[in-house]
Ligand binder design. Structure first.
Ligand SMILES: Nc1ncnc2c1ncn2[C@@H]1O[C@H](COP(=O)(O)OP(=O)(O)OP(=O)(O)O)[C@@H](O)[C@H]1O
Ligand SMILES: [Mg+2]
Length: 273
């Protein structure tokens, strides 16, 4: 099952439509959720009953609008809608338990104009129990191409597993990118050294997926942003080899979430609980 968080914003609707198409591809159900204050989600009586009812109506309007749009892009999938009690971040993280994917928009209703990434989107990526898709519109001239970033960490296996499965589902080319600031000049690097033994294994298992493999010199954020400039999806782990152990998101996934030109999936790699 795929969970999509909606908040009444266009970005949230974009996430819901994206999740619906993904659910159709996977042959799975979609659960549209909207988090709201717990007291209003549940209260039936008391002095604030009227306000609470009004807030629940508002939540239902948000959910029904998303439902309507989802039906248009994926009429055949099973869809449920649900009000979740509590702050959006913990509520969405809880809802991700047992889900195969959680989709949110890159921003929402709040935030100031021009904000590239909202606090809910940032707060669930890497913390949810499942992969998180931070959805934004596709870049102009997007191709059926998925870019996956790997950095030589053990968690590359999970990242590659997701990316290969997606490429198979979407019949998209997979571009495996390993950026390294110390790599030699572009001409040499373009010849594509095998970046990871794990990759070979996946290539054998997925002969249907066409893979281009790149060892590219440069900072990983810049290299991946460039590689994804016409991609339909960018896949990264939440944590790589570097960084401080306390961080939920590494600096690369963090930078990509802010600036990516396309939807980004962040895998729950490097979790310690
Ligand atoms: N109350 C909510 N219930 C469900 N999903 C939500 C809720 N709030 C946000 N989301 C999801 O998170 C996405 C990003 O919204 P977010 O709240 O992070 O951005 P913002 O509102 O622009 O900024 P901020 O809230 O940090 O000021 C939304 O598009 C939606 O998918
Ligand atoms: Mg918000």
């Amino acid at each position: 099952m795929i969970v999509a968080g909606v908040d009444g914003s266009e970005a949230g609707l974009e996430a819901a439509r994206w999740a619906a198409k993904e659910a159709a591809l996977r042959g799975t159900a979609l659960r549209l959720v909207h988090a709201m204050p717990a007291w209003a989600c549940e209260a039936e009586e008391g002095p604030y009953a009227e306000v609470a009812r009004w807030m629940r109506d508002g939540a239902d309007t948000v959910l029904n609008e998303a439902l309507e749009q989802v039906r248009q892009v994926a009429p055949d999938i099973e869809v449920t809608t649900e009000r979740l009690p509590g702050d959006p971040r913990p509520a969405l993280i809880k809802a991700s338990e047992g889900a195969e994917l959680l989709a949110v928009g890159n921003h929402g209703l709040g935030g100031f104009r021009g904000l590239l990434l909202g606090s809910v989107a940032l707060g669930v990526a890497g913390r949810a129990r499942c992969p998180v898709a931070v959805v934004r519109p596709l870049p102009a001239g997007a191709r059926p191409q998925i870019v996956v970033g790997i950095d030589g960490a053990d968690s590359d296996v999970e990242t590659l597993r997701f990316a290969f499965a997606e490429a198979g589902l979407r019949r998209a080319h997979l571009v495996v990118v390993h950026a390294k600031e110390s790599l030699p000049g572009p001409a040499e690097a373009e010849q594509g050294q095998p970046v990871s033994g794990t990759l070979r294994e996946w290539l054998e298992r997925h002969p249907d997926v066409k893979v281009r493999e790149h060892g590219v010199p440069g900072h990983p954020v810049e290299v991946l942003l460039q590689a994804a400039s016409q991609a339909e999806l960018l896949v990264v782990g939440s944590r790589g080899r570097g960084g401080f152990s306390g961080l939920v998101l590494g600096s690369v996934s963090h930078g990509l979430l802010h600036h990516a030109p396309c939807p980004v999936v962040v895998l729950p790699t490097g979790r310690r609980d």
